[in-house]
Design a protein. Structure first.
Length: 398
């Protein structure tokens, strides 16, 4: 048979593949790779916070003392000493047998989607919510319902109205991505009570909770009702995202199916990386390291708030003051669309993420997200000035 005689293969994609969309943020990040662009777009931790020397030492020790096991296949549940460390640092009593080490907390969202969502299932999310969660949930073809939210978190009455037959509520109570807001103690208490009354499970995502500036956030929702919640955490924001390690804390009734879904996905998260993290974390390293991250991020937040105050005078731009995390949420003047503004801002050397990507329902075309952690104070000053110039140009002001 000649090569030209071969038939052309027709690949037929699954229906769920049509639901998959590229990350708006990842597409914007391609633009920011252009020389001279100051990016407030990515949700990337500052590389200044990566403990390189500690990982170099851990790498040497793990390979020297435990090399064959570190480089071998391992248990799907995760490295036992690391699971014990995770359980010990949680602010409620958790059995290490409830801890599942994941390939980043993003995998946790994927596992939740696979075992809890059927086509047509109703799931509830905040307004707005994390784009990566929407990407993980959407291929399972759910009905994603957006619950009204304010500066304190989800609106309890709107949640009650929409909770019937919902599989779960997905929330980020601490320094939320994208808004940077933190759910108040009063709202957490009310949400925990109402969810229990409704029999509504909660998926609590907490990648930023350790990054508080002046005071730690209130107790997690999961601590109030461990059997009614799945809790997601990450090592990306306190150690390094390139390790791709996170964790889940799940009720024992749910854990076996999450484990089976993980086994089908990747067998296990990198055992070498898990051992390195356990080695770095022993002897209380995070207690010494995380405060340096908080101090850096607080100074960068303050630099952005100061630049906004100076540059946005007379422009009717609104923004919040996050108490921690990596993001600030802003709203443009009437008549200015964030998506339309972006290319003009890029032309002036600055990038951001339009807020519309973070909404499951009706979006706010004037909203945008600014990340303040990877730019220096001087870059923040220049970038915010460039953003203000783009807004003035869009408004026809000089």
């Amino acid at each position: 048979m000649k090569l030209n005689d071969l038939q052309i293969t027709q690949w037929v994609m699954a229906r769920r593949a049509e639901k998959m969309n590229p990350s708006v943020i990842r597409e914007i990040l391609k633009v920011t790779e252009r020389p001279g662009i100051i990016s407030f777009a990515g949700g990337l931790p500052s590389p200044k916070t990566f403990p390189v020397s500690e990982f170099a030492a851990a790498c040497d020790k793990v390979l020297r003392e435990d090399g064959p096991a570190a480089l071998q296949y391992a248990a799907s549940e995760g490295y036992a000493p690391l699971r014990e460390m995770v359980a010990a640092m949680l602010p409620w009593k958790a059995d290490p047998a409830q801890i599942l080490i994941t390939t980043g907390s993003q995998q946790g969202l994927d596992l939740v989607a696979k075992i809890l969502i059927d086509a047509g299932s109703r799931i509830l999310v905040e307004t707005p919510t994390y784009l990566g969660a929407l990407q993980a949930f959407t291929p399972m073809e759910p009905e994603v319902v957006s619950v009204a939210s304010d500066d304190e978190g989800v609106d309890i009455e709107d949640l009650t109205d929409k909770a019937q037959a919902a599989r779960f509520l997905y929330v980020l109570p601490n320094f939320q991505n994208p808004t940077g807001r933190t759910m108040s103690e009063q709202r957490r208490a009310a949400l925990s009570r109402r969810a229990a009354e409704l029999g509504l499970p909660i998926v609590e995502d907490n990648p930023y909770g350790d990054l508080w500036f002046d005071a730690p956030p209130p107790l997690p929702l999961t601590a109030r009702n461990p059997e009614g919640c799945v809790y997601l955490g990450s090592f990306s924001k306190v150690l390094a995202p390139g390790l791709r390690l996170g964790f889940m804390v799940a009720p024992k009734s749910l854990y076996p199916k999450l484990l089976q879904a993980k086994q089908a996905a990747d067998l296990h998260s990198p055992s070498f990386n898990q051992r390195m993290v356990a080695e770095v974390m022993k002897d209380g390293f995070l207690d010494r390291h995380v405060p340096t991250i908080r101090a850096l991020y607080k100074s960068q937040r303050d630099a952005m708030l100061g630049a906004l105050q100076r540059e946005m005078q007379g422009l009717d731009v609104q923004w919040n003051t996050p108490d921690g995390g990596m993001f600030l949420w802003a709203r443009l003047p009437e008549g200015v669309n964030a998506i339309e503004l972006l290319p003009k801002a890029v032309d002036k050397g600055v990038a951001f993420v339009p807020g519309a990507a973070f909404y499951a329902g009706q979006s706010d075309p004037r909203a945008l997200r600014l990340s303040f952690v990877t730019a220096s104070a001087e870059q923040i000053k220049i970038g915010i000035a460039a953003l203000a110039a783009a807004i003035r140009e869009q408004l026809g002001k000089r």
